[in-house]
Structures are given as structure tokens and as C-alpha cells.
Design a protein around this ligand. Structure first.
Ligand code: AGP
Length: 613
């Protein structure tokens, strides 16, 4: 997704802007740019490609000029949504006078109509972007008061925005605003900053104001004034950013993804810390209404919302909620939920699952569920994120910053906490203390089971070596391992660019098996479970047609005959086994991608947080 950083006051702006953009690089982008204001003028630098290319451009400027002196600026990394990744489409964009610069995250949905109106009044556009439309709307309304011009323009746009606006006429002020696209303000010593992600601010301050939808703020070197589009003041007090918000370093690992996979024993320990009640066979989750108020346990149904990997976690959660809490549960793709006029109401518990807490479709689904009166809870990793604030109650993951675009420790944290939620709801309903204690003990073992799987990384490397040349792969699983198969396929797809598909093991013979050719790798999740024999039969159906079987089995069980490779997980409850199994498939995907020489942490076309529809 796009990244925004802006600063006013406190010395030369360029080092802060470039440093902020570098901390936002992990979000994925294809061009970058910055604007400085001072001495009654604007200076603009933009480039296609990485932030380094922009830094090279700026390095060529004289140090005693604007680049070395001016202290007000805005900068942006662009992930193309309207128009190709070119310098002309890179932000900032300008008004007709060229004296107002705008950077923008989000999508202006009515930009075509607005652009046509502006062109009919003589505007000649320099880019294909919706952002330039906004910049020109602001300029047309600017008659000396920039804040009023910005508000007037925003009242005309439909869609999502996070913007920062700079004007040559008054470089001591930045105007920022958000609706649907995250924006936060950092108050530091002698300067105020704005960013689309707190990770870009933590080097300067941990006092951060998370703007809400409809907020417009005027930033100066020592003040932040927030109001609504109706000009009525809004009080926004700063949060204290956790120290962990600093962007993680690789600590000797070749990729952030490898580091984050190996962090999982600790990250799951952090997710479980203080939440597993082994004595009563229960869990302690303050954000999920407990028995005394009963509200969350008295619901008739749970709806788990998410996208991508988080949706796969929801699909595992469905099995857990139904088995442990005897609560009907649905896992829903958030974009589908928000548009299909869902049958949801006060008797439903809606849980929004999101690592970033900024996924546009999940956030919109949360708002839809709230509008229909459902009890909405968040399961989010980033503290203070939009979904966390929109749900108001829920459970933070506490797995630490996840930098690699491919989600790993967030997934294992999500599934672990969803198991705890199912345990809690179960114990508030009909789950016995004895069964609860069994489950609580299995959940408590997850970190050590992940450690065991990581010790067997060489088995994943050997299996990856058998798959590395294949352009297609299948992942098969049953029951709660079906979503794990989907997740394993997604990991392989997104970081190695292999066309991988996950299927319910029984589904292959209903059509997809036609795709099998000699040597097609098929990863079969055949852990200990009541349906293992059925899954082994499915594996044999594939092997009989020339497929190369990569099996995932429970330690102590017999191997799958003729397998190309074998991954093993510790023996545990089939629901809980989803977590170590996912780790084994993460390792497999990572080593295939590594052997194929892929970039891994920032895969092509992908972004860490999808804040647009
Ligand atoms: C998974 O590896 C991807 N990074 C992606 O599918 C991600 O899970 C999805 O975009 C949802 O993001 P969220 O958890 O931040 O809402």
C-alpha cells in the first residue's frame, strides 16, 4: 500500500522524509516522491522504483538550497491503483497554480466525474491519478485559507483518503485529513510529523495521535488542531506507542520472513501470555465478554471476518467454535460480507481478524456489522489501528510487528487466540472443566510444538528441493486442515510465484485431479485425525497418476508410501495441530521461494496492508 510521511518544523525536512519512507518500504510500492515548502516556493522530487532512487535525485541538490534548509515537507510511496507506476503519476500532485502539493492514500471513487468537470473548466491534467483531481479541487477553492480549501474539496469527494497538503504560501502549516485510510500525527521536540503508519514516527516520538475518519488537522511545529469537516473542534489525545512499534531488524536472518517464522515460539507465547487458565480449563480474555455479563456467550452464532491469511485463520476458528463451544460459526470473506446484505443482528458475535487492523474490506465489514447491531469484537495485532478502534473491544494479538508481506506469526497467533476464544465461549456454555483442561494444556504446548517443527527445517528444505522446478502444486487437507492447506498454498503462491492451489482432500477427484501430470507436487496433510485414512486414499489417487507426494504426518505415525518428502509435526489434538502444521508449510514455501531466488519479503504486486478495496 501507499505510504505517507510529513513534517513541519525542527530543521531540514529531507532526512526525516527519506527516513520515514524507508520505514514504510515494507508495505510495498512502485514509485516515490517528496515536496518541500519554503521561501514562498515548492520544490518537488519524484522517481519510479525504490526510495533509494528518490534519495539519489535529492542528493544532487545543493546542500545550502531548499534540500538543506527547508523544514516543511511531505513524501509518499505509491502502490499504483489509478495509472501506471510512472514519475508523472508519482505523488505529490499539484493544483493548477503549482503552489499546493498533495499526497494521498486511498481511492477517490467519483474522480472521473470531478475530473471531467475540472477539464471542462480548463484544467489540463498531468497524470492519470485520482489524487491530482483532489489537488486541483483544493487549488480551485484556495483563496488564502488552506484548511477551508481542503475541507471544501473533501466535501465533494466520495471514497477513502488519508492526505497531507502543503502550500508554498504558508510553509509553517500542514493540513492533514483521513477517511478510511490510516493517518497518525507524531508530536516531537520542536516538530510535528504525520504518517500513514506509526512505524515511521517511532524514531522521533512515541506520542502519537491516531486520527479518526472525518478528522482534519492543522499541524505547525508546535501544535495540532483537529476538527471535523463541519469545522467543529475534535479532541484527540496522543497514545503512547509501544516500543515494539519500531520496525524490526533482520537479526542475521536472510529475510524478515525467516526471522518471523523463527520468532513464532516466542510470538505465540506472547499471544498466550496470561490467557491460559490450566486450573479451570478456561481462558482469560478481557476483550471477550465473560460469563458474568454473559453477552458474548449468549449469542446464537459467531461470524469470523477476514481476508487472505486472516480469512484462513477464521476458517480454522469456525471448527474450533463449533467443536469447543457448540456455537454455530461462519468464516466470511470480509469484502463479500460487506456487500451481500448479510443476515446479521444483535444475537450474532462478529469477530474481525486482522494483523494490520487497516484492511479496508475488513474495516468496512466491521462497520456494516455494527450498523446492524451485532456484537463486534476485534482480533488485531497493531495497537490503535482502525479496526481495533472501530470495534472498541476485542483481543490484541501481541505477536510484535510483522514486516514481511507474507503473514506467518500473525497467522499462528490468530489461530492460537481463536482457540482461546472458543475455549472461553465453550466454558461459558457447555464445555466441561475436564475437556477444557485438556484443550488448555494442548494450547499451552503450541510454542514448544512450533520449536520442534523448526528443528526439522532440514526436512522442509529437502522437500522444497523436490518441488523447486514445478510451476504448479496442490495442497490437500480435511477438516480444520483444509484451511491450513489453503494457507500453505497461499504462502507458496505469494512468495515463490508457483501456481499453488489448496483443496479439500475429497474435492480433487471432482475435477481438479484432471490437472495432475507426471511429477506434479501434491502436499498432503495427513496428521493424526479421524479421517486420516480417507486422506491417505486421496494421496494414493494422486500418486497413482504420477504426482509427487509431500506428506505432512504426525510424529510416530507411519510414512506415506512413496512420498517425495515428509514433514512431521508433534502429536496433539487435531484442532491445535493446525498451528504446527501451518509452520511446517511456511518453511516449505519459504525454501522453495529461496531456492527460486525470489525477493520473498516484498513479493511483486503485493503490499503488507491492503487499505484499498
Ligand atoms: C498473507 O500472507 C497476506 N499478507 C494477506 O493475505 C493478508 O493476510 C491479508 O491482506 C489480510 O491482512 P490483515 O491480516 O492485515 O487484515
Amino acid at each position: 500500500m501507499c505510504g505517507i510521511i510529513g513534517v513541519v518544523g525542527g530543521g531540514p525536512a529531507v532526512p526525516i522524509l527519506l527516513g520515514g519512507l524507508r520505514r514504510l518500504e515494507y508495505r510495498g510500492y512502485d514509485s516515490a516522491g517528496l515536496a518541500l515548502a519554503g521561501d514562498g516556493a515548492l520544490l518537488i522530487r519524484r522517481s519510479v522504483g525504490k526510495v533509494a532512487a528518490l534519495a539519489d535525485k535529492v542528493a544532487g541538490d545543493p546542500s545550502d538550497g531548499p534540500v538543506g534548509r527547508w523544514s516543511s515537507g511531505i513524501a509518499h510511496t505509491r502502490w499504483a491503483t489509478h495509472g501506471a507506476p510512472t514519475e508523472a503519476n508519482a505523488h505529490p500532485h499539484f493544483d493548477r497554480s503549482g503552489r499546493i502539493a498533495v499526497v494521498h492514500n486511498g481511492i477517490i471513487e467519483n474522480y472521473r466525474a470531478l475530473r471531467a468537470r475540472l477539464e471542462s473548466s480548463g484544467h489540463v491534467f498531468a497524470s492519470e491519478t485520482d489524487t491530482e483531481v483532489l489537488a486541483r479541487l483544493i487549488g480551485d477553492r484556495h483563496h488564502g485559507d488552506l484548511k477551508s480549501a481542503v475541507i471544501g474539496a473533501l466535501r465533494e469527494v466520495e471514497g477513502a483518503y488519508g492526505i497531507a497538503v502543503l502550500c508554498a504560501d504558508d510553509p509553517s502549516r500542514l493540513i492533514v485529513a483521513r477517511k478510511g485510510s490510516p493517518l497518525c500525527v507524531g508530536v516531537a521536540e520542536g516538530r510535528v510529523l504525520v504518517a500513514s503508519d506509526p512505524a515511521a514516527l517511532v524514531a522521533h516520538t512515541r506520542q502519537v495521535i491516531h486520527l479518526d475518519d472525518g478528522d482534519v488537522a492543522v499541524l505547525t511545529a508546535d501544535s495540532v488542531e483537529v476538527s471535523g469537516l463541519d469545522l467543529r473542534p475534535r479532541h484527540r489525545s496522543p497514545d503512547e506507542l509501544p516500543a515494539e512499534a519500531a520496525v524490526a531488524e533482520r537479526d542475521g536472518h536472510e529475510h524478515f520472513m525467516h526471522k518471523e517464522m523463527h520468532e513464532q515460539p516466542e510470538s505465540v507465547r506472547n499471544a498466550l501470555r496470561g490467557r491460559v487458565d490450566l486450573v479451570n480449563g478456561d481462558s482469560v480474555l478481557a476483550g471477550l465478554g465473560r460469563g458474568e455479563d454473559g453477552e458474548d456467550a449468549a449469542v446464537r452464532r459467531a461470524i469470523l471476518l477476514g481476508c487472505g491469511t486472516s480469512l484462513h485463520a477464521c476458517m480454522v476458528g469456525k471448527f474450533a467454535f463449533e467443536e469447543l463451544a457448540q456455537l454455530p460459526a461462519e468464516a466470511e470473506q470480509a469484502a463479500e460480507f460487506r456487500y451481500r446484505n448479510p443476515l446479521v443482528g444483535p444475537d450474532d458475535l462478529v469477530i474481525a481478524v486482522s494483523q494490520s487492523g487497516e484492511t479496508a474490506d475488513t474495516l468496512a465489514a466491521v462497520k456494516e456489522a455494527r450498523n446492524r447491531g451485532a456484537r463486534v469484537r476485534g482480533l488485531v495485532n497493531v495497537v490503535g489501528s482502525a479496526i481495533a478502534r472501530q470495534t472498541g473491544r476485542g483481543v490484541y494479538l501481541h505477536v510484535g510487528p510483522e514486516v514481511s508481506v507474507a503473514s506467518t506469526k500473525a497467522f499462528t497467533g490468530q489461530v492460537s487466540v481463536l482457540l482461546l476464544m472458543a475455549l472461553r465461549l465453550g466454558r461459558a456454555r457447555r464445555l466441561s472443566r475436564e475437556r477444557g483442561r485438556e484443550i488448555a494444556m494442548e494450547i499451552d504446548r503450541i510454542p514448544s510444538m512450533i520449536e520442534r517443527v523448526l528443528e526439522l527445517e532440514s526436512a522442509a528444505i529437502r522437500a522444497a528441493e523436490r518441488m523447486v522446478e514445478s510451476e504448479h502444486a496442490f495442497f490437500l487437507g480435511r477438516g480444520p486442515m483444509h484451511p491450513v492447506a489453503l494457507e500453505g498454498a497461499l504462502k507458496l503462491k505469494e512468495i515463490s510465484y508457483v501456481h499453488a492451489e489448496g483443496y479439500h482432500a475429497a474435492e480433487l477427484k471432482h475435477g481438479p485431479i484432471a490437472l495432475l501430470t507426471e511429477g506434479t507436487p501434491v502436499v498432503v496433510i495427513a496428521n493424526r485425525s479421524p479421517v486420516r485414512d480417507k486422506t491417505l486414499s486421496n494421496a494414493e489417487e494422486c500418486r497413482a497418476r504420477g504426482a509427487g507426494i509431500i506428506s505432512l504426518v504426525t510424529e510416530g505415525q507411519e510414512s506415506v508410501p512413496g512420498a517425495w518428502g515428509e514433514l512431521r509435526i508433534p502429536d496433539c489434538d487435531p484442532l491445535v495441530a493446525t498451528v504446527p502444521a501451518a509452520v511446517a508449510l511456511q518453511l516449505l514455501a519459504y525454501h522453495v521461494a529461496r531456492l527460486r531466488g525470489c525477493p520473498i519479503d516484498q513479493p511483486r504486486n503485493l503490499a503488507k496492508s491492503v487499505t484499498v478495496e
